[in-house]
Design a protein around this ligand. Structure first.
Ligand SMILES: CC(C)(COP(=O)(O)OP(=O)(O)OC[C@H]1O[C@@H](n2cnc3c(N)ncnc32)[C@H](O)[C@@H]1OP(=O)(O)O)[C@@H](O)C(=O)NCCC(=O)NCCS
Length: 324
């Protein structure tokens, strides 16, 4: 068994990598089956503002396990790396996951990162695997799904019409207009529950960078904000992927603390549903993750008709605790 770095993957290596992802998905079919184009895009193109490293465990010329490490920001940036390890179901409990984790730990240290995050599904082998390697759960997320056909257009229209006095709805696709860039960054601070563990401050440049990254992937970012003049009091973001636009992904939603309690959250989300229905009628579902302790956002989503799907968790470990 060899562990190799796959820094410049060949077509054959992309095919083998994809075969491992398919085998893992076949064993535990949470979510959609991986598409070959997604795998190729992931392996060939790093997202803007981040680098990636890849390793694979290979036996008799065939990959049996793979690991991807995402490194956001510059080397040494005070941000955790993000690890994703997949071991073919027929080759588990042989130490392959551990071997790939130690390779990735070397990659983390080489990039001067002090910690790493992993996002996994509750009730899967990933939990005992990570816990056996010193990872701790730092966030619990409820995966929710909304079927747009379940939400009558009249209900959405009524919610939009019931917006609080003194606010105005604005919307844009792609990068935020300059006049709202700094205000949107301030509103993103309102998502303290989500970003505290990452410790990364939002500023206008990072807000633009995120939107450019989505554009570069070919996906479409939609934002609806409730504003007072140029102050963004609350906003919501949806990304419609280029591949598989039937299922859109909820990105951030936040209401600035001093504007809470006025139903701005449900207002911007309802306005988003109305906009998408006209602008992107092919969208059938919206998927979102809510922090388990974010009771207000969960209540808003349940009122809109989102239903619980699964629980996912973020685990974190310090690089120093990982296997050498
Ligand atoms: C999680 C995963 C990567 C583990 O890979 P693996 O090669 O089986 O892990 P290892 O053999 O290195 O296991 C190391 C230790 O983790 C723990 N562990 C791993 N799988 C476990 C399970 N199913 N039940 C209980 N403990 C488990 C054990 O302590 C194990 O040591 P032991 O076998 O000596 O008891 C693999 O199950 C997988 O690919 N799952 C699907 C994808 C996924 O969820 N990845 C996690 C993202 S980081």
């Amino acid at each position: 068994m060899d562990v190799i770095a796959v820094d410049d993957p060949t077509d054959e290596q992309i095919r083998q990598w994809h075969a491992v992802l398919l085998a893992v998905h076949g064993d535990d079919p949470a979510g959609d089956a991986p598409e070959p184009e997604h795998t190729a895009a992931r392996l060939l193109g790093a997202e803007q503002g981040s680098r990636q490293r890849f390793w694979a465990a290979v036996e008799d010329g065939e990959m049996v396990a793979v690991a991807a490490l995402r490194l956001p920001g510059e080397p040494g940036a005070d941000r955790p790396g993000e690890i994703d390890i997949r071991v073919r179901p027929d080759r588990r409990r042989e130490g392959l996951g551990t071997r790939l984790l130690s390779e990735a730990a070397g990659g983390l240290r080489a990039d001067r990162r002090s910690s790493v995050l992993a996002q996994v599904t509750a009730g899967t082998p990933a939990i005992p695997f990570l816990e056996s390697h010193g990872f701790r759960c730092v966030l619990t997320l409820s995966g929710l799904l909304l079927h747009l056909d379940d939400v009558p257009a009249e209900r959405v229209a009524a919610l939009v019409a019931a917006g609080p006095a003194g606010y105005e709805l604005v919307r844009w696709q792609g990068v935020v207009p300059d006049e709202y860039a700094a205000a949107l960054a301030r509103a993103k601070h309102a998502m303290a529950d989500m970003s505290a563990y990452e410790g990364v401050p939002w500023d206008a440049d990072r807000v633009r960078e995120m939107a450019e990254m989505v554009n570069k992937r070919g996906d479409a970012l939609y934002t609806v904000a409730a504003v007072q003049g140029t102050v963004v009091a609350g906003f919501t973001e949806i990304v419609v992927p280029a591949l598989g636009p039937e299922r859109a992904a909820q990105y951030d939603t936040a209401v600035v603390p001093e504007h809470r309690g006025r139903r701005l959250g449900i207002w911007v989300k309802a306005a988003m549903l109305e906009w998408l229905r006209h602008e992107r009628p092919e969208v059938r579902e919206i998927e979102t993750d809510n922090s388990g302790d974010n009771v207000h956002m969960l209540a808003v989503n349940e009122e809109l008709g989102f239903r619980h799907q699964r629980e996912s968790r973020e685990y974190q470990a310090s690089a120093a605790d990982l296997p050498a």
